[in-house]
Design a protein around this ligand. Structure first.
Ligand code: OGA
Ligand code: MN
Length: 274
């Protein structure tokens, strides 16, 4: 008999649950069904000071989805240091609310980070539950948003970091996929609806620039109110997993010189954004 343990404690009413489980039970998949269910309903799951090694993180990830291989073994380093990560420049884009892969047809199902090195200050990770944010919208806004389509592009998020790009840089951004998505994602399996916004949201179709900017700003402010947001304050060894299909997330500012290091694994999107 193993002394299996699985405990889940909600951190706030609308978002975030802390799970206590052993490494062995996590990586074996014994509670994979419970974890997948909690991921959908609670948006962000915290496993405190679990200290997963990369192989253990991959083993766990494979119990709840299909690991995305981005020219690596499924674990990538998130760092602002270009000698540690060759996508360090994009890491700065994470300071703004976003959905991973919102400029793809199938945004990632979930993303997970294990903290290896902390920043000296700042660097919390925030997750906003956009199912709850949609749910609480006044009916008039549900009606207004129901038909809107939004262009998502890497260019939009990169402009926040590099507001004055060279033309070559602009052209480089434009080699990356961009998509038009409904502002309200109707999830076919659950019947739930979530809001699709964030730094990749470039403009609302068929609207003036002024109206589009104002609408995206207003809805994002709504969706990121404290009651929809979980703020994770890291300890080394923590594992944080978020459902990337019904949330937005961001990193709170930390020093650009910081050695903050996260080991990240992403799960393939399983549902087209529609
Ligand atoms: C990410 C991300 C936030 C953080 O890895 O996709 O947005 O706090 N990370 O590092
Ligand atoms: Mn991200």
């Amino acid at each position: 008999m193993s002394d299996a343990m699985f405990e889940a404690h909600d951190i706030s009413p609308r978002v975030g649950t802390r799970i206590t489980i052993s490494k062995a039970d996590l990586t074996s998949g014994k509670y994979a069904g419970d974890i997948e269910e909690l991921l959908k309903t609670r948006s962000a799951l915290v496993f405190k000071e679990l200290f997963l090694e990369d192989e253990e993180q991959l083993a766990f990830a494979n119990t709840i989805g299909t690991v995305t291989l981005l020219g690596d073994d499924g674990v990538s380093k998130i760092s602002l240091d270009p000698t540690v990560s060759d996508t360090a420049d994009y890491t700065r884009g994470a300071f703004f609310w976003h959905i991973d892969g919102a400029n793809d047809v199938y945004p990632a199902k979930a993303t997970m980070l294990t903290a290896k090195t902390l920043s000296e200050w700042g660097g919390d990770t925030l997750i906003a539950n956009t199912y709850a944010a949609y749910d609480d919208l006044p009916d008039a806004d549900k009606e207004l948003l129901s038909t809107l389509k939004v262009r998502h592009a890497l260019e939009a998020s990169q402009r926040m970091v590099h507001p004055d790009p060279s033309y070559a840089e602009l052209q480089r951004w434009r080699t990356r996929p961009s998509q038009t998505h409904p502002l309200v994602w109707h999830h076919a399996d659950s019947g739930l609806k979530s809001l699709v916004l964030g730094a990749t949201a470039y403009y609302v179709h068929d609207m003036s620039r002024e109206d589009s900017d104002a609408l995206l700003c207003r809805v994002q402010e709504w969706a990121t109110q404290d009651r929809f947001v979980y703020r994770h304050k890291w300890n080394v060894g923590d594992l944080l997993v978020w459902d990337n299909t019904g949330t937005m997330h961001r990193a709170d500012t930390y020093s650009l010189e910081s050695k903050r290091l996260m080991h990240r694994t992403t799960l393939e999107g399983e549902e087209a954004l529609g």
